[in-house]
Design a protein around this ligand. Structure first.
Ligand code: GLU
Length: 427
């Protein structure tokens, strides 16, 4: 008799939550796993989740406490790998789902990593630079128990950047008594970071869109593109689309939505926002409502913000041919089905935004060997890995007659569970 504990008592039972979304995605892949399906329950649990308290001294003399997490979903294929986000909506549920998607992403790209993710429940905009540094350092110290260059390697995610990675690297190094550049990726170039890492996620989104559009019989040049999110992922991807001759006709960030039928000058808009300007106040765009944004007619729609954006209701009305997921978990499983019925192709997050972790892998390898590659070498290897991975996913989707997402999950989960089976259970 199987007496496994059913589900996980520490995850809220909210059907809309990212973890529940992930569990539904696993259910879709299990019938395609053959004898490895015996191990599929492994995928529905996190190997390890650490919740930490992060007290910091505020500039005004008070002490504030923040909640932090690091989840290691699976370490069967190698050390944990995945970003750290600072956001007021971070929760144990979200971090667990994001760590599981990293397991799938790393395995889909055949990177020698398991999946992990971390986060702090905080709005970093409300902190001074000094407070942000103290928060980052205390968080790093607290999760120092389970991270390390050969254990689990954090990286940037929503609202974290190369400066935060530098503080994480320094804190970890101070605690172990040696400079350990390989403990995080996405570092500044001067500290063992990799050329091309900052742009890598956006570049990967561009490559995924270009290849898939080509297979559907249209070119990026001349196509109409809408991008949700204008940060490191959406912003860089938008610039690459424009450079390839596409028109970015709609953009949305935390300040609101904007449009320009003739195409937005995304390079100038990116610089304007980087200098503290509001996207909605940029010259040459018309502010539009949220409803108008989702009603824009495009060839390619790139959700590059947060989870749960392409909902069932939006999937029914969105007017596009191709969705390329720059964010993690932007499309709900119910929306996936509707898009599938409407013949709208979705390139899933676990492939489309894998450019970032792929160049993170290059950074980690370069740090270990203390030998650094040129930007051309990085971009060339990224291009090859992304194109190969996409081809394999398209082939699997044709073979199993499933969506690209389920196909990516089939490839990835087969790799993860094959490793699980070969290693066996200890004790
Ligand atoms: N946060 C990024 C992601 O979701 C990158 C992770 C990494 O480089 O480890 O894929």
């Amino acid at each position: 008799m199987n007496t496994s504990t059913p589900g996980l008592s520490y995850v809220p039972n909210n059907p809309q939550s990212p973890w529940q979304m992930y569990l539904q995605q696993v259910d879709r892949v299990t019938p395609h796993l053959g004898h490895l399906a015996r191990w599929s329950e492994t995928l529905k649990r996190c190997k390890r989740v650490l919740a930490v308290d992060i007290p910091i001294n505020k500039d005004d003399g008070t002490v504030a406490h923040y909640e932090g997490f690091r989840a290691q979903h699976n370490l069967s294929r190698g050390p944990g790998k995945g970003g750290v986000r600072f956001h007021p909506d971070v929760s144990i549920d979200e971090v667990m789902a994001l760590s599981a998607w990293m397991t799938v992403k790393n395995a889909a790209l055949n990177l020698p990593y398991g999946g992990a993710k971390g986060g702090v429940r905080v709005d970093p905009k409300l902190l001074t630079r000094g407070e942000l540094e103290r928060l980052t350092r205390r968080y790093t110290s607290e999760i120092g128990l389970i991270i390390g260059p050969d254990k689990d390697i954090p990286a940037p995610d929503v609202n974290t950047n190369d400066q935060i990675m530098a503080w994480m690297m320094d804190t970890y190094s101070m605690n172990v008594g040696a400079t350990a550049t390989g403990v995080v990726t996405g570092k500044p170039i001067a500290l063992g970071g990799s050329l091309g890492r900052r742009e890598a996620t956006g570049r990967g989104v561009y490559i995924a869109a270009r290849e898939t559009a080509r297979s559907l019989g249209f070119d990026i040049a001349g196509s109409r593109i809408v991008v949700q999110g204008f940060g490191n992922v959406g912003g860089i991807a938008a610039k690459l689309f424009k450079a390839a001759g596409a028109k970015i006709i709609g953009l949305q960030d935390a300040s609101g939505s904007v449009a320009n039928e003739g195409g937005i000058d995304v390079d100038a808009a990116f610089d304007f926002v980087a200098l503290g300007g509001k996207l909605t106040e940029f010259k040459g765009v018309t502010p539009i409502t949220e409803g108008e944004f989702w009603a824009l007619k495009s060839d390619i729609f790139v959700p590059a913000a947060l989870e749960n954006q392409l909902t069932e209701a939006r999937a029914k009305t969105i007017s596009t041919r191709l969705v390329v997921e720059g964010a993690n978990g932007p499309t709900t499983p119910a929306a996936d089905d509707i898009l599938h019925d409407r013949n709208i192709i979705v390139v899933p997050d676990v492939i489309a935004n894998a450019g970032g972790v792929t160049v993170s892998y290059f950074e980690w390898v370069q740090d270990f060997s203390s030998f650094f590659w040129t930007e051309a070498e990085i971009n060339d290897r990224l291009e090859r890995i992304m194109v190969e991975a996409l081809k394999a996913v398209v082939a699997a989707s044709e073979k199993h007659k499933v969506s690209l997402r389920t196909a990516a999950f089939i490839i990835a989960c087969t790799r993860v569970l094959a490793a699980r089976e070969l290693r066996g259970l200890y004790p």
